[in-house]
Design a protein around this ligand. Sequence first.
Ligand code: SIN
Length: 326
Amino acid sequence: MKTIAIVATGGTIAGVGKAGKTVAYHAGEININQIIESIPMLKDLANIKEYQVLNVDSNEMNPYRWIELSKTINELLSNNNIDGVVVTHGTDTLDETAYYLTLTINSHKPVVITGAMRPASATSTDGPFNLYEAVALAIHNEAYGQGVMGVFSSTIYSGRDIQKVNNFKVDAFDQKALGCLGYMQDQEVYFYSKTFKKHTYLSRFSKQDIKELPNVGIVYFYAGASSQILYDMAHYHQGIIITGSGSGNYSQEWLKAIEDLSQQGTIFVRCSRVTQGIIFNDEIFDPHHLCIPGNTLTPQKARVLLMLSLSQTHDIDEIRHIFNEY
Ligand code: SIN
């Protein structure tokens, strides 16, 4: 039987509120061993070792906590007695942690991240079933080498592309036009596709001893938005992600600010407030190619990649290449 380490960080899966209700609860209240005890069939799947590394609402995650979490998981995976890791996490920022781990875990062994939309005390809690399927995926031979994956509502997503798309329903995750990697039915795993973007053991960031990450901020463009926010943010951020309209677009006033600040060394990435599509180079909104296209990444995922990129290089062409590869 395989051995899976469950690394718990908190979230609604560990949340407790009014008995039976879905509202007015605090995330990160109960310990992982209490959740595991509520799923007796887990022990039929794998030997489970549990590690409570945090117990927080995922809105309290930050780059320091990503660095520590990734180190813990890398250490566990380097142990020959551990076959895979399952991470329990709040759903609000799970997409960011999933991508950070995708880029920094140096192992072929599966890492599966999951959580819940309904607290442990709700009648309709979805945490135990998501955790059961996450462990079933982590022990599956076909999961080996697939990098970091997310499991929610019997659907398998890649750590790069998973995003929260609904703030109420149990089936809250998706990877939009990129579909999903596969489905699950209880402990059965059905893969249909794989990500072709570099991850985990192939990632240039997974070999790095990361101690801290440079500041990268995100700004949101809207009709009439002043460019002052860009000048203010550039004071204390090495990179700025632009959540533009349409194909990562903005006004001429913003273009002027981007041109000024690029000359002073700020690195810009263009993403979009539109939730589907791809950002390419653009001759109209970025005539001098000063902004790196964010590809299919959401702004918050592009921030993760830009932080890691800036921890290695400030060469804009190299970072542009990274955004194509990852
Ligand atoms: C959180 O992200 O920690 C709270 C929300 C959730 O887990 O669904």
